[in-house]
Design a protein around this ligand. Structure first.
Ligand SMILES: [Zn+2]
Length: 241
């Protein structure tokens, strides 16, 4: 019988409590890679959903005020201009600027292994996470996908346009698939933005990418995906095992 634990073991092996993810990765970056609260600007991109706020909150407690990359589903729609703003805000220490990028889409998983399910404080019954991805999935399942850019629904229009590029043609994705597609879009777009804006001669950075998971009771977990630092042009993985 499915359970939260069985879904986690099947789809998110290696996931850990989000607080431990932030703590372990931060400690490694401080002790081994030259990042500190004083010399680093941390940037965080999660869904607008208040449940996603646990990540920026934990990062802020560790690294100080954060630059927000957040839009619906955690996709990166801030573009070159938005990203360039962060580029001009980091401390300059020893002639170098340092950046951290914590990015993730999110998904709820119920006690019985229900996918996309979470609870909200003060609201009876269950709710959905990620609501923006569930809305997209609803359109796909209904066979009525609206792909035009709706000026009254800009972020969701962009989300659908961007995620379609990550989906195999002609096969209906599950919410697990769609969340994974969002993760791929986020990490790919972050790589592109970094490549355009940062210079290894002057900048050090680390990418902490994964998927945020809301466990029963809304306890935040985190599946670590691409996690690495690039210091003085040298890329090194961040292993949290
Ligand atoms: Zn969401």
């Amino acid at each position: 019988m499915a359970s939260f634990e069985s879904v986690m073991a099947e789809h998110y092996p290696g996931a850990l409590l989000e607080a431990d993810f932030v703590d372990r990765s931060s400690r490694l970056l401080e002790e081994e890679r030259g990042f500190s609260m004083d010399n680093t600007l941390a940037c965080v991109g999660v869904c607008r959903d208040e449940l996603g706020s646990s990540l920026p909150h934990a990062v802020q407690a560790r690294w100080g005020w954060t630059f927000s990359l957040s839009t619906l589903a955690g996709l990166l729609f801030l573009g070159r201009t938005g990203f360039a703003a962060a580029r001009r805000h980091a401390p300059i220490a020893g002639g170098r600027e340092r950046y951290l990028f914590f990015v993730a889409p999110h998904i709820g998983i119920g006690a019985g292994g229900e996918i996309g399910v979470c609870s909200r404080i003060g609201r009876p019954g269950t709710s959905q996470a990620c609501g923006a991805l569930c809305a997209f999935l609803g359109e796909l399942e209904g066979g009525r996908l609206e792909l035009a850019t709706d000026p009254g629904d800009i972020e969701h229009s962009l989300l659908k346009q961007r995620l379609l590029r990550e989906l195999p043609f002609g096969r209906l994705p599950s919410l697990i698939d769609l969340t994974r597609a969002a993760y791929r879009a986020i990490t790919g777009d972050l790589e592109t933005l970094i490549g355009q804006a940062l210079d290894p001669a002057e900048n050090d950075w680390a990418v902490l990418a994964g998927i945020q998971i809301h466990a029963p009771g809304n306890e935040p977990w985190f599946w670590p995906g691409a996690c690495y630092s690039e210091v003085r042009g040298r890329r090194q993985e961040i292993s949290l095992a």
